[in-house]
Design a protein around this ligand. Structure first.
Ligand code: SF4
Length: 750
């Protein structure tokens, strides 16, 4: 007897509502939920494969504990005993920074990942924090932190209303959007064109998104900031600057012309390989459009000037009056955002409050670069103890960080490591304890992170579609127990973690004059929370204190968990709207257009006007049926065009003697890999492209399908030394490589 259940899809940032078909406890089908208030029935091939992802037979079912060098199945009690016995002695002997916490990208796709790691980090007090952000979007966080005083205040393009969209380094037809949550992003681009709008794509590859565009500019990889700076220059040069109603909220506008003075289109043209006239046209079109939005993504972040590029994206939106206006780029307002405080000066954003021990990288948003994880483990210095224990949650940095071979070795040398992971993969194989969360069908879901990036305000929550299998532990409980075990409270009831957060949050809220619960008794408020679990009570609290909340009865029509549960397809909260100056938390209370760290980084960008390395450069690429390294063990999502091949332009292939389908060797600063060539003119000459997340050929994993078609690890070509200095983000695009047919010898890099 089959039944259906709703589940928000956790497989990418678009957060589509799914209707699952379930036979017994098995998910046998998935289709788009036509009544979902946000996604309205959209689904992509990944979502349609939810059942296969969920039911992957290689998922671990019980905890594993290392004994005599071997991982064996264990009880949950044994596993958490081992975690406490592994972590606490390290903290007590070497201090909290000797425990590294590594958080992977799937954490933003689960409720547990949003709710518990902050408590773990606060309880441990370690500065050794590494996340997927520094191989992805940290430049955008730093840019937002400096511009708006809040690293999480990221404006998103108003896709449904804009007249002109300029995408740089983004391929939403494959990614379905990133740092911009929009189910059916492809449909929204087609709708933009259908209503007479224009789409411009700047990308070294003629991606599927670029093919849809009115104009495609095949920029030289890594030069995005130069092109954007030249567009800003043009706006000033041609008298096209008009911030409009933003003007009273801006600080530093008068200093910008001087800051971009050297970036004339003519000066940038050669470095970018984009004609100066074309750069001027891009700027003029942006200024002339009734509304417009510039949106930059991974290709403009994972480059040497990623923070400057991210900043310039927003600067262009400001200069053309498109920041914070409908049709431009707007700040979403999520239902679980904090109670909006009155506009006014805030504490601002600080960078470099501490530094990594070995290479002295500054922290950004409380994190150190993932690129530095290996050296922080394997290198002794006088600056303090190396990392001796690692807590890894939903992360596979052996594949996702530069120089996986070195990290692989470093992880193997740790005194202790615990992984929260459904798989025994290239990273978790080093753990002393592996704690497997249940499949997604058995977990509740609410998007704390992505609703704050959504192109329409809405709120949805789905309870587990399938009951927890016997012997399983809820992911929220795993992370709560892990937090207790790692922070010296092993054995306490896991609800203590939720109670602590609830007590602290309500205790603070009642003291805030702008809070709807100002002056009330926090214990009485806590007693009124609903929900069948600690995580649900926390969600209820956040909803009720949030911008649309019922304020615990102050606004009876407002949101609460109870109300949300009565709307299983979600509640629409309306289109994005202008919000400035309320979201600003800068010391001035304004948008600080030329913050000192960015101004100080401009000479490096000026120098790049004159740099132009010859030879091939490497870029990544995204595939619709993939998401980092997570899904390579699902047969339905591999094969076909989702393969780990090297895209190379026919001119380069001919020059190098590379044949389509034949193996080629790539050499970079971090090592060599061999991959089959795919000769194609979708990449521009001088550029080769290899996807990431592959390289499933290490021993000791349990990824049967992935190991049968392992691909190669593109990040092995990197040595971890190339970073955007402001954000610590790894440079993954525009990296020099040498390519040769396997039979030929490669000359060393100079
Ligand atoms: S677009 Fe993303 S969220 Fe939507 S179905 Fe596909 S993987 Fe799931």
């Amino acid at each position: 007897m089959s039944r259906t259940a709703l589940r928000i899809c956790p497989l990418c940032e678009a957060t589509c509502g799914l209707t699952l078909t379930i036979e017994g406890t098995e998910v046998t089908g998935a289709r788009g939920d036509r009544d979902d208030v946000f996604s309205k029935g959209f689904i992509c091939p990944k979502g349609a494969s939810f059942g296969a992802v969920d039911g992957d037979p290689d998922r671990l079912r019980t905890p594993l504990v290392r004994e005599d060098g071997e991982l064996r199945e264990a009880t949950w009690e044994e596993a958490f005993d081992a975690v406490a016995a592994g972590i606490r002695p390290v903290v007590e002997r070497y201090g909290p920074n000797s425990v590294g916490v590594v958080l992977g990208n799937p954490n933003v796709h689960t409720m547990a990942g949003a709710l518990y790691p902050p408590v773990l980090l606060a309880g441990l007090g370690t500065h050794s924090v590494f996340t997927a952000s520094t191989v992805d979007q940290m430049p955008k966080h730093v840019s937002s932190g400096l511009l708006y005083g809040d690293a999480l205040a990221i404006p998103v393009p108003d896709l449904d209303h804009t007249d002109h969209l300029l995408l740089i380094g983004a391929n939403p037809l494959e990614s379905n959007g990133s740092l911009c949550t929009a189910p059916d992003f492809p449909g929204k681009l087609k709708a933009l064109k259908a209503r007479g709008g224009t789409l411009t794509v700047i990308d070294p590859r003629r991606t599927r998104t670029a093919k849809l565009a009115d104009r495609h500019i095949a920029i030289r990889p890594g030069t995005d900031a130069l092109l954007l700076a030249a567009m800003a220059y043009t706006l000033f040069d041609e008298g096209l600057v008009d911030p409009g109603e933003l003007t009273p909220h801006l600080q530093g506008l008068d200093e910008l012309p001087d800051a971009v003075r050297d970036f004339t289109p003519e000066a940038a043209a050669d470095a970018c390989d984009v004609d100066a006239g074309a750069i001027r046209v891009l700027a003029r079109e942006l200024a002339a459009a009734p509304t417009a939005a510039v949106y930059g993504r991974i290709g403009s972040c994972t480059v040497p000037h990623g923070t400057l590029a991210s900043w310039l994206v927003d600067v262009l939106n400001v200069l053309t009056g498109n920041l914070d206006r409908p049709g431009g780029a707007l700040f979403p307002q999520a239902a679980t955002d904090k109670t909006p405080r009155p506009a006014g000066p805030g504490r601002g954003f600080a960078l470099g409050r501490w530094h990594s021990r070995v290479s002295e990288h500054p922290e950004a948003k409380g994190e150190l670069p993932l690129s530095a994880l290996a050296e922080e483990i394997d290198t002794a210095t006088e600056q303090g103890e190396p990392i001796r224990a690692v807590i890894a949650v939903a992360t596979n940095p052996v594949l996702s960080a530069p120089d996986g071979d070195r990290l692989d070795k470093a992880l193997g040398s740790l005194d202790f490591m615990v992984s929260v992971d459904p798989y025994l993969n290239e990273t978790s194989r080093h753990a002393h304890v592996v704690l497997p969360p249940p499949p997604p069908s058995q977990s509740p879901h609410h998007d704390f992170a992505f609703n704050a990036l959504a192109v329409r305000n809405q709120v949805r929550y789905t309870r587990p579609a399938v009951p927890l299998e016997p012997g399983r532990m809820a992911e929220t409980e795993i992370l709560a127990r892990l937090t207790l075990a790692a922070t010296g409270m092993h054995g306490a009831d896991p609800s203590a973690v939720d109670d602590l957060v609830i007590g602290q949050t309500l205790g603070k809220a009642v003291k805030e004059p702008h809070s709807p619960v100002h002056g009330q008794d926090p214990h009485e408020l806590a007693a009124r929370l609903t929900g069948v679990s600690g995580p649900e009570r926390r969600l209820d609290m956040m909803l009720r204190l949030g911008p649309y909340g019922d304020g615990f009865g102050v606004r009876p029509d407002g949101l609460s968990l109870e109300k949300l549960l009565a709307h299983p397809h979600g509640i629409d909260l309306g289109p994005l709207a202008s919000r400035l100056p309320q979201p600003l938390k800068t010391a001035s209370g304004k948008v600080e257009l030329l913050p000192r760290p960015l101004a100080d980084d401009l000479p490096r960008l000026r120098a790049a006007l004159r740099e132009r390395a010859d030879g091939l450069v490497l870029i990544g690429r995204r595939h619709l049926r993939s998401n980092n390294s997570w899904m390579h063990n699902v047969p339905a999502l591999t094969g076909g065009s989702n393969r780990c091949t090297l895209h190379i332009h026919p001119d380069d292939a001919e020059r190098l003697g590379v044949r389509d389908g034949a193996d080629v060797r790539l050499k970079g600063a971090g090592g060599e890999v061999t991959a089959p060539a795919e000769v194609t003119d979708v990449v521009r000459p001088g550029v080769v492209s290899l996807p990431h997340g592959w390289g499933h050929d290490r021993p000791g994993t349990r990824l049967g399908h992935a190991a049968a078609d392992p691909g190669v690890n593109v990040n092995q070509l990197l040595d971890g030394s190339l970073l955007d200095p402001l954000s610590g983000n790894a440079v993954l695009n525009g990296v020099p490589v040498e390519v040769a047919p396997v039979a030929e010898k490669i000359t060393p890099l100079t």
